[in-house]
Ligand binder design. Structure first.
Ligand code: HEC
Length: 156
């Protein structure tokens, strides 16, 4: 990726993070028989992991290679578990899942597959400083934005 693109990717990941932080809803108790609660908790965990990376990117926290690796592994784990949490008809008053998830199931599956592939690539990157971390963050963060634009309907 050219340097300018990298900077844009990192900047958009930070903007995304601000949006995620602003959107933090109340805690949802995870229940094994409630896929909405499971996927919302997965997403909150993704938000927390991206938040940690964003704190390093903004210079609010010190770069730590092991912590960054842990956050990227966690994001990959979220991606791996996420697509199975959308059985047909799993909607509710509080869910922000768009009906498009089921109407355009192939599109949603492909967005979920890209999230898995990109987080898998990111967790395998050699990251020795904050600049290298921003590249991984840009790669992962683009998925959050793209999928939310198409498949999430914000309710508040
Ligand atoms: C493949 C699609 C997809 C990807 C990729 C994705 N999200 Fe989401 N996200 C959703 C959907 C759908 C919802 C709404 C889930 C619901 O309420 O049922 C959501 C909800 C959320 C929420 C609100 C959770 C809550 O209920 O409080 C946060 C925070 C969030 N996502 C963060 C992220 C972050 C950070 C990333 C990237 C690392 C990301 N998401 C990637 C689809 C996605």
């Amino acid at each position: 990726m050219p340097r300018k693109m990298k900077l844009i990717a990192a900047a958009s990941a930070c903007a995304l993070m601000a949006a995620v932080a602003a959107a933090q809803a109340q805690d949802v108790t995870p229940k094994i028989d409630d896929p909405i609660s499971l996927r919302q908790n997965l997403m909150k965990d993704a938000g927390a992991s991206i938040g940690m990376l964003a704190a390093i990117a903004k210079g609010e926290a010190e770069f730590n290679a092991a912590a960054v690796k842990g956050a990227l592994v966690a994001l990959n784990a979220v991606a791996l578990g996420f697509p199975a949490q959308f059985p047909e008809g799993s909607t509710s008053e509080t869910s922000e899942a768009s009906p498009k998830i089921w109407e355009d199931a192939a599109g949603f599956q492909s967005a979920a597959a890209k999230f898995i592939a990109d987080t898998n690539q990111a967790k395998g990157m050699t990251i020795t400083n904050a600049d290298e971390m921003k590249q991984a963050m840009g790669l992962v963060g683009a998925n959050c934005k793209a999928c939310h634009e198409s498949y999430r309907v914000k309710k508040n």
